[in-house]
Design a protein around this ligand. Structure first.
Ligand SMILES: [Zn+2]
Length: 359
């Protein structure tokens, strides 16, 4: 088997509460669906995660922050406003450190699976917590498993070049921040514009700094952006930027919250569009880096059905398995041609700005 799914039931302990939109069922139902489609144990091998060590977390996070997460998880009623914990977005919960370190460790295992040569592709389905910052939690994210895994890969092989593609509806701000000055990591986030959506960043003029200047890319999309907008973004901006970078490995944050039904966002991607997008990223990895790709879950709040379908399609794309079209079936009415044209023009103009701001 060439593809690893890093997962076990312990990952459901990352639970921000029964009223929180980031429900653990997003992940468990996705894995059930992958199993129902016969992917697991045939083309995809399930590999157990382990907890990230303090040393591994400290490559990205400050010691003070990690200690605060440990403390608040031992007495979850305590409020740590300085570290972003205890907010409605990221409430404290029991054993918060242990649950979050396991998600981060799952990402490390996914990275090692590919780097060690045992697998060509891997998927840490419970991961993708891209909003966590160096010294504070944000946007449902405690430890930044994506950044911790990429930093781990760089520690193993200092010559590695990693292209990170983030298709979550929200800007991948924490990952961008972690590697803003790092020339070995390209970050490309396509997301609903920060003028309309959390975290309010991710504009074309954010291009990296110092030795990393030119390795950060952001393509904010207007609300309602359709499959055709994503296609334009991928073909005209994402793929050329990643090709020019010559990565050894592609990391993909495959958040499913750009779907038109998502309750927290206002984009217009369909399941068919999502499938096209993730298959395109996999093909890009085939073209550029021997198929080496490490995928992460991410956001996605249509948790009962849409997210499990999206992540099953992502797993299918990673395993080169053609799944029935019914899985991608969507009920979205197409936009009137003039409305779609206006959106495409807007995306085109943003791509032009991205080209203009190239350092
Ligand atoms: Zn998101």
């Amino acid at each position: 088997m060439e593809t690893a799914l890093v997962y076990d039931a312990r990952l459901a302990a990352y639970d921000l509460g029964s009223r929180h939109p980031l429900r653990p069922e997003r992940v468990t139902r996705s894995v059930e669906r992958m199993s129902a489609y016969g992917l697991l144990g045939t083309t995809i091998e399930t590999v157990a995660p382990r907890a990230a060590s303090d040393e591994e977390l400290l490559r990205i996070h400050t010691r003070e922050y990690v200690e605060a997460v440990k403390k608040v998880g031992a007495t979850p009623d305590r409020f740590f406003p300085a570290h972003g914990i205890g907010t409605p977005d990221t409430p404290a919960f029991s054993r918060m450190h242990e649950a979050s370190a396991l998600v981060a460790g799952a990402g490390i295992i996914a990275m090692e699976a590919v780097m060690g040569g045992r697998y060509r592709r891997s998927f840490s389905v419970a991961g993708g917590l891209h909003h966590a910052h160096r010294d504070h939690a944000a946007g449902f994210c405690v430890y930044n498993d994506v950044a911790v895994s990429i930093a781990h890969a760089l520690a193993q092989d200092p010559h590695l070049h990693i292209a990170y593609i983030d298709i979550d509806a929200h800007h991948g701000d924490g990952v961008q921040e972690a590697f803003y000055a790092e020339p070995r990591v390209l970050t490309f986030s396509v997301h609903e514009s920060g003028h309309f959506l959390f975290p309010g960043t991710g504009f074309p003029d954010e291009r990296g700094e110092g030795a990393g200047l030119g390795t950060a890319f952001n393509l904010p999309l207007p609300p309602g952006a359709t499959d055709a907008c994503y296609r334009l973004a991928f073909e005209r901006a994402i793929a050329p930027a990643v090709r020019a970078f010559h990565p050894d490995l592609i990391a993909l944050q495959g958040g499913a919250d750009a779907h038109h039904s998502d309750p927290l966002t206002s984009l217009g991607l369909t399941l068919t569009g999502y499938r096209w997008l993730v298959e395109s990223v996999v093909r890009l990895a085939d073209e550029l880096c021997d198929g080496h790709i490490v995928a992460f879950g991410g956001g996605g709040y249509s948790w009962e059905d849409i997210v499990p379908r999206a992540w099953t399609m992502l797993a299918g794309a990673l395993a080169d398995v053609e799944l029935p079209d019914a899985l991608a079936q969507d009920d979205k009415e197409p936009l009137p041609a003039d409305a779609e044209k206006r959106l495409l023009d807007e995306v085109e103009a943003t791509i032009a700005r991205l080209v203009q701001t190239a350092p």
